[in-house]
Design a protein around this ligand. Structure first.
Ligand SMILES: [Mn+2]
Length: 358
């Protein structure tokens, strides 16, 4: 049988970090639409079980319209069973409170809850702050195929009680076949022990530049030979951070060409951040900003960060009879570390040059 494992949809999240007001509203709606499309994918592929491993909602922001739409989606698909374990962002919400009135929505409490379907045992619990006894209470029948669902970061050793963590060592040799995890926002999988595999599905859509790359869900297939799983990229927009070294660039056409080369494969509906690095001489500096103008409207969102440094011989400048030379000498006499001195000198010289400093 086929099962969808997803997590960290964060419906209702504010999304205002990079976007203007209208884009943020649109992006919030897109998150909800992605979940709707995920359910459509399940219908089309005759998948009757969807595991949601936490943080379906951002409870702080999700309004009653969002939860209402979600409940409508669940109710419209009685042929699909939704198994929803809450995470650290959606511990208390209307969906959990409404679960008893939705036949195909199954939730987990702070003690182990277990469900059985098609020869598969699904067990999960919402971890709290004193988990050692909870882990020791977990007993699974070795003759069954066991899925365990939890939400939290991977920890090891005797670390049972850190909030939002899952202790992998405490789950070893417990007859787990597939550990369905949520909390990390990127797909990640590996061996739990000799028998089992752990898997983080990652979030359905990236929300910031700390969530670059493909996002989606996991398609798990279980048959008499065991399980196979694969990551399915599903996000409607991806975030990309692209580094460009400008050290060898000097003319405006060269800058534009470098940008074109790096950005040519990125679809127009995506988010792009260009990070300029390397060194520049004073003449080529202006080209950096102008070159980005050609790309501002080519993507749903575009921004650039300037992490370049001025190419300058500080040893020569230290002997210069000028304001800049005097500045370098003052900083060199400060007693700060060489690295701190260099950072201050670069910032100071850029400021004296009338440049934007960040
Ligand atoms: Mn989380």
């Amino acid at each position: 049988m086929k099962i969808i494992h997803c997590s960290d949809v964060h419906l209702g999240a504010s999304m205002t970090t990079h976007l203007n007001f209208e884009q943020a509203i649109q992006r919030r709606d897109e998150l909800l639409h992605s979940f709707f499309k995920l359910v459509e994918y399940a219908v089309k592929n005759e998948i009757s079980v969807i595991l949601i491993a936490g943080d379906l909602l951002d409870t702080e922001y999700a309004d009653s319209k969002t939860t209402g739409i979600l409940l409508d989606i669940f109710r419209a698909h009685p042929e699909i069973d939704f198994y929803y374990l809450s995470g650290n962002h959606d511990e208390d919400n209307l969906i959990l409170h409404s679960a008893s009135s939705v036949d195909n929505l199954h939730i987990f409490g702070s003690d182990w809850t277990s469900f059985y379907f098609n020869g598969i045992r699904l067990t999960g619990a919402v971890l709290g702050e004193h988990n050692a006894s909870l882990y020791s209470k977990l007993t699974l029948d070795p003759t069954e195929f066991n899925i365990v669902m939890l939400h939290g970061d991977e920890v090891h050793g005797r670390d049972y009680d850190t909030p939002d963590t899952v202790n992998f060592d405490a789950l070893k040799n417990k007859n787990i076949d597939y550990l369905a995890l949520g909390h990390l926002h990127s797909y990640h999988e590996g061996a739990l022990d000799k028998r089992g595999t752990y898997c983080y599905s990652g979030c359905l859509e990236g929300r910031g530049f700390d969530e670059c790359g493909p996002k989606g869900f996991v398609l798990l297939e279980i048959n008499e030979n065991g399980e196979t799983h694969k990551f399915v990229p599903f996000a409607s927009r991806q975030l990309h951070e692209v580094e460009i070294d400008i050290s060898e660039l000097s003319t405006l056409p060269e800058f534009v060409q470098a940008l074109e080369q790096k950005l040519s494969d990125i679809p127009s509906q995506d988010f792009v951040r260009v990070v300029f690095v390397g060194t520049y001489d004073e003449n080529s500096r202006k080209n950096l900003k102008i070159s980005t103008m050609s790309f501002k409207d080519k993507f749903y969102y575009f921004e650039f960060k300037d992490k370049t440094k001025m190419q300058i011989n500080l040893d020569d400048l230290e002997h210069d009879i000028s304001l800049r030379g005097e500045f370098v000498r003052t900083v060199r006499a400060s007693g700060l570390s060489r690295q701190e001195q260099d950072d201050i000198i670069y910032l100071g010289l850029a400021t004296l040059n009338g440049e934007e400093v960040n």
